[in-house]
Write a protein that binds this ligand. Structure first.
Ligand code: HEM
Length: 170
């Protein structure tokens, strides 16, 4: 009985793993092999946190300075996010072993949701950056912190669990 189960397991074939290029997962978009996406994601992640921090300090102190800091953080989080998204998308489309894996597309969907939220948050503040903070600005920046954490965590899974965008050594 147990032998039958072992045989059944051996016969299971994952059609995705049979695709040509399945094992080609090395980073394509980089500087001397150092992946640009990993380098660029730090900026939108940090700026999204800064945006929430500045909103919170405006709420706490009432200082106009923090509302201005918040709109700058919101805008740069969005623009650096677009740049990071461009490097990630190039990696996704050009590397066969990344393109074939479903988790890479899941990361793309989460990241596009994040970029839409970052854009909405910045656009809303352009109507009047001080009035925008309370309550909707801080609610949006707080939510964006949660979404950026999920995006970054999931991107890390692609690298650490699936070894996407890593080097196989020389
Ligand atoms: C919009 C399209 C995006 C695509 C298609 C994409 C795709 C990828 C891919 C394929 C990887 C695996 C590593 C590599 O090949 O470089 C990755 C890693 C990662 N992504 Fe994205 N990404 C996108 C946007 C974002 C954004 C907006 C963020 C966060 C702000 C983000 C955060 C991360 C992180 C933290 C990693 C792990 C990096 C590491 O540990 O080296 N990604 N992404």
């Amino acid at each position: 009985m147990s032998e039958e189960i072992v045989n059944e397991k051996e016969e299971l074939i994952d059609p995705i793993a049979q695709s040509p290029g399945y094992d080609e997962t090395e980073s394509f978009v980089g500087i001397w092999g150092h992946p640009l996406h990993a380098m660029s994601v730090a900026f939108p992640v940090a700026l999204t946190f800064c945006n929430f921090g500045a909103d919170f300090l405006y709420w706490w102190s009432g200082e106009l300075f923090w509302a201005r800091a918040a709109i700058w953080a919101a805008g740069t989080a969005f623009l650096f996010g677009l740049a990071a998204g461009a490097t990630g998308t190039a990696e996704l489309l050009m590397v066969p072993g990344i393109r074939i894996r479903a988790p890479a597309w899941t990361h793309f969907v989460i990241a596009v949701l994040l970029l839409s939220l970052l854009g909405l948050n910045w656009g809303y503040r352009l109507q009047g950056y001080e009035a925008a903070v309370l309550p909707y600005g801080i609610l949006m920046s707080g939510f964006n912190v949660l979404v950026v954490m999920v995006t970054g965590w999931h991107g890390g899974k692609l690298v650490f669990d699936y070894r996407l965008g890593t080097s196989k050594g020389s």
